[in-house]
Write a protein that binds this ligand. Structure first.
Ligand SMILES: Nc1ncnc2c1ncn2[C@@H]1O[C@H](COP(=O)(O)OP(=O)(O)OP(=O)(O)O)[C@@H](O)[C@H]1O
Length: 256
């Protein structure tokens, strides 16, 4: 049986005076690919911050890999990739390989030299995202889509079981967005890495995710992709609070 790796139960959260999450429950099992969708300001990033331990819920419980978040110590099991615009200063004088190796700092120790083995681990992570040929380039010379692949490699270098991403394709052009998602699907399928992805690209992502959660202050839908696909646009519009028209692709998956 698949193990549960994220379990949020009845989570509520208030910023000063505004309640952003109420009775929010989410369950992600190993190997699953979840799209977390919802309108602007619906609490998606807040929920991710709670799962990452950056915010503490007012009520409710969060368990990671079966352990209460307060006592959870195996941070290396979770890789996180934020929006590109927040991710890195492009003027930063670092090569792609150095950026990826920086993902090993927790394991190696701050100010400790990287070994040959660490370098090989970083090159392997770059191979997974098909960026090994850019290893010696400066990070600032790459396109937005290529940079995001490098940040995924940095998140992968510690061999996580779960990758959490907050709108990783913001600022990436449409053509590269499709190949970026195709690469994510491969990561999930071939390497068994579970994914929890916040996105506004609902048509594209709900086509390739295995599960969908729709959040607007609380969870309105939580289930497998095929059930989500059967929902009426009217239901989704009522959860969003404004009209939503989904594009129904003939194929259920992005081409690979
Ligand atoms: N640090 C903060 N202090 C006060 N309010 C905040 C803070 N961060 C977020 N909020 C508010 O909480 C609500 C939920 O924000 P959150 O970023 O979680 O939503 P989101 O679903 O990720 O939005 P978007 O899709 O626009 O990125 C918003 O109304 C936002 O203005």
């Amino acid at each position: 049986m698949k193990k549960t790796i994220i379990e949020c139960q009845n989570v509520s959260f208030t910023y000063e005076h505004s309640t952003v999450l109420e009775h929010t429950s989410l369950e992600v099992k190993e190997g699953e690919f979840w799209a977390l969708i919802g309108p602007n300001g619906s609490g998606k990033s807040t929920l991710l911050k709670i799962i990452l331990g950056l915010l503490k819920p007012d009520t409710g419980t969060v368990k990671l890999f079966g352990q209460n978040i307060e006592s959870f110590k195996q941070r290396e099991r979770i890789g996180f990739v934020s929006q590109k615009s927040n991710a890195f200063n492009l003027g930063f004088p670092a090569t792609v390989l150095e950026v990826v190796k920086s993902g090993l700092t927790r394991k190696v120790g701050l100010f400790k030299p990287f070994s040959k083995q660490d370098e090989e681990t970083a090159m392997n992570a770059l191979r997974i995202v098909k960026m090994e040929q850019f290893a010696r380039k400066n990070i600032g010379e790459l396109s937005g889509g290529q940079q995001q692949r490098v940040f995924i490699a940095r998140a992968l270098v510690g061999k996580p079981d779960l990758l959490i991403m907050d709108e990783p394709t913001v600022g990436i052009d449409q053509q590269n967005v499709t190949s970026f998602y195709t690469m994510l699907k491969g990561l999930n399928r071939e390497h068994g890495i579970a994914i929890l992805l916040v996105t506004h690209e609902i048509d594209l992502v709900t086509d390739l995710a295995s599960h969908v959660a729709c959040l607007n202050r609380t969870i309105h839908f939580h289930g497998v992709q095929s059930e989500y696909k059967k929902m009426d646009d009217a239901d989704i519009s009522s959860w969003y609070g404004h009209p939503v028209r989904r594009i129904h692709h003939s194929s259920t998956e992005v081409e690979e």
